[in-house]
Design a protein around this ligand. Structure first.
Ligand code: FE
Length: 154
């Protein structure tokens, strides 16, 4: 009985060590980005542009969970409410990451609409990866947000 318990403790600690090393591995920085609600206002085919206003810049790198590799040519589709808190076509954009997986998008600070904190929506897709829909929540008064996106292979 005592031997069985010892074996169980060893097994449990092996599992726990594996969990810890996965969390601490260099790839720990490349955990997949959390998905968030699509909401009712996504429209496919927004014009290609890097700016739909001014006052709020979002920049970062799109990466793969696979070796944390930057994804050149990844597509970002943005949509957000205008200053009045309403969705309009003027605040929709499609952009593509550069050769280093980088993007920079500039828009107006979205207005508040009932029941939600201020947010931007973005859908990110890249060849060989699962598309990700998520949201960015700028803090009040914030005009520059760093936002790296990590996609999972398909
Ligand atoms: Fe929304």
């Amino acid at each position: 009985m005592r031997r069985v318990s010892a074996a169980l403790i060893v097994a449990a600690s092996v599992v726990w060590t594996a969990v810890l090393s996965a969390a601490q591995a260099p790839g720990g920085a490349c955990q997949p980005t959390r998905a968030d609600m699509l909401g009712p206002f996504y429209v496919e085919g927004a014009p290609e542009r890097n700016s739909t206003g001014k006052g709020l810049a979002v920049e970062g790198v799109v990466r793969s969970t696979r070796e944390c590799k930057p994804l050149a040519g990844a597509k970002l589709e943005w949509w957000s409410a205008n200053a009045g808190g309403e969705y309009d076509d003027a605040h929709r954009a499609t952009q593509v990451t550069d050769g280093n997986g980088r993007f920079r998008y500039v828009t107006d600070v979205p207005g508040k609409y009932p029941g939600r904190p201020v947010h931007l929506h973005v859908k990110v897709s890249a060849t060989g990866h699962k598309p990700l829909v998520t949201q960015i929540y700028p803090k009040p008064g914030e005009n520059s947000v760093g936002f790296d996106v990590v996609l999972q292979p398909q």
